[in-house]
Write a protein of this length. Structure first.
Length: 504
């Protein structure tokens, strides 16, 4: 699913009106019908609905919702802010329609706002500003936002919480943005919804399909997409009847150190659950028995060192290599990692300590071969690109890094994003907060390494790997709950996740 900018969203509306022979006012009526349904589904008539409408079409939506709720016998009160004396045509039409159906609780605010007392049982509908916002809110509107935020009422924002920009909020004023409990987004989701710092502004969000022109969406250029199951399923190549283990690649995981053998176990088990033909684990001597016992399906190659990875492995026999889980950052390991990466000519995944090593020895970043997959969490990424003050800045800098190294970056978190060297950002929808636990990342590295070894392209391996990893996490959550979920549960759920993605 594409994510459009607010400017594109406006264009999409105009294109739909021009090409799908629908009047602008009727598109608004469609939006208002879906908004009203979504509100009625959640709250019954015992709640008073207090609607704050702005001067543009976001306000038009809100006034149309007021009429629909009034006609369904909800108790509705409307405050329309008309401080410049200029309202959009569709907003004006909806005000007229509201009056025509005998509605009396309408207050037009031109200068002084006598704010009603809001209670916890009230529902506020925020239709002040939507995709037409062109600068941060200030003055009287900022005061209205603060009053809404200070109230105990539940808040439903139409399209976007008023004051929030759809994409970049670097220069916005946080206190002047509505804190919604629910955001009902019209057409498509906004990029800002996917950023963790906006969670408390956007709340739970839902997209309402008002029938925006598919033709426009298909042709719209965007760098931001949300991956869907329908994008993932066709990527999976079925196994052949006459297949043998040699057809599915030989993966190598360079992983583990003294005290961090678990990372090796987790990444190896996840790799084996994701279709790899053969797996070898290169690990310090101290982990030999552990791995032979816990992962009998894998071969174990001992490093020269008792406790740490110290000497690069020979890569001739492998189709892919994953480096970094639980390696530690000893000086001897750093030198071995840099040398291993510099000379690597097969598909490569760099995770955890391998990334930390490159952030310490930054001059060696250029040794990372083209098309390498880097799988940092925010902390690991920022050690390389520097501290960022918000998600938009972080993604922009990560795109620059992916471009300069010609690498793939899998930035882990809620809405893990796969960034390609060309700057496309694929947001992954699966996964849950239970996966925020040690070892989850090792599991992902194992999965992606398995996919690369089987011949999936880097982009496919990143998208498919993150999707199935999150899906397995969701299956595990259903079994054990978010609090108890541990990395091993994700691995145990991988068979069901793979089965569900491959069944007809
Ligand atoms: N036909 C359409 O175009 C449709 C539009 N829809 C709704 O229309 C919205 C977009 O409507 P508009 O483009 O009219 O934009 P908005 O309603 O978001 O706001 C536009 C108005 O706000 C003013 N404004 C912008 N920033 C301001 C600021 N910081 N302080 C004070 N005033 C400010 C502008 O001058 C303009 O008068 C969407 O968010 C959606 O809710 C939906 O009804 C679907 C159909
Ligand atoms: K709004």
């Amino acid at each position: 699913m594409k994510i459009l900018t607010c400017t594109q969203q406006k264009e999409a509306d105009e294109y739909t009106i021009a090409h799908n022979s629908i009047l602008s006012i009727n598109l608004m009526e469609k939006a208002a019908t879906l908004l009203t349904d979504a509100i009625c589904k959640r709250w019954d008539k015992s709640h008073r609905i207090v609607i704050f409408a702005g001067p543009g079409n976001n306000g038009g939506d809100a006034v149309a919702v007021a009429r629909m709720l009034h006609l369904k016998s909800y108790q509705v009160e409307v405050f329309l802010f008309n401080v410049t004396g200029k309202l959009s045509d569709d907003c004006l039409t909806n005000i007229r329609r509201l009056h025509e159906c005998g509605f009396t609780s309408y207050h037009e605010v031109t200068s002084q706002f006598d704010a009603p007392k809001l209670t916890a049982h009230d529902i506020v509908i925020d239709g002040l500003f939507g995709s037409g916002l062109n600068k941060p809110l200030s003055g009287g509107f900022a005061a209205v936002v603060k009053y809404i935020n200070a109230s105990a009422a539940k808040v439903v924002s139409i399209d976007v919480p008023s004051g929030l920009m759809g994409e970049d909020n670097s220069y916005n004023i946080r206190q002047n943005i509505v804190q919604a409990d629910i955001t009902l987004s019209i057409g498509l989701p906004k990029l800002a919804f996917l950023f963790p710092e906006n969670e408390e502004l956007v709340g739970e969000w839902e997209v309402l399909d008002i029938g925006i022109s598919q033709e426009y969406i298909e042709n719209a250029e965007t760098r931001y997409l949300i991956t869907e199951e329908k994008d993932i399923r066709p990527l999976i190549t079925p196994r052949h009847k006459f297949a043998h283990k040699g057809n599915y690649g030989h993966g190598l995981l360079i992983t583990g150190s003294y005290g961090m053998g678990g990372a090796a176990v987790l990444s190896a088990r996840a790799c084996l659950r994701s279709g790899v033909g053969l797996l070898t684990i290169h690990t310090p001597v101290c982990n030999h028995t552990l791995l032979q016992t816990c992962v009998p399906e894998a071969m174990v190659e001992d490093d020269v060192h008792e406790r740490f990875f110290a000497e690069p492995a020979e890569l001739d026999n492998y189709q892919a290599v994953g480096i970094g889980c639980g390696l530690g950052q000893e000086e001897i390991t750093a030198q071995a990692v840099i040398e291993q990466v510099r000379d690597c000519e097969i598909p490569l995944v760099l995770d955890a300590d391998a990334l930390n090593i490159f952030s310490t020895y930054r001059n060696n970043l250029s040794y990372i071969p083209k098309n390498t997959i880097l799988t940092p969490h925010i902390g690991e990424l920022e050690r390389i690109i520097g501290r960022c003050s918000n998600s938009y800045e972080r993604i922009s800098k990560a795109k620059d890094l992916a471009n300069s190294l010609q690498c793939y970056i899998v930035l882990k978190g809620a809405w893990t994003v796969v960034i390609t060297p060309e700057g496309l950002c694929h947001f992954n929808p699966t996964g849950n907060p239970g996966m925020a636990t040690g070892g989850s990342g090792d599991v992902l590295t194992g999965i992606i390494t398995a996919l690369l070894a089987q011949g999936y392209s880097e982009e496919e391996a990143c998208k498919l790997g993150t999707y199935v990893h999150g899906l397995a996490g969701d299956i595990a959550r259903n079994k054990v709950g978010e609090i108890s979920l541990k990395a091993g549960d994700i691995i145990e759920a991988l068979p069901e996740a793979w089965k569900s993605l491959t069944k007809n």
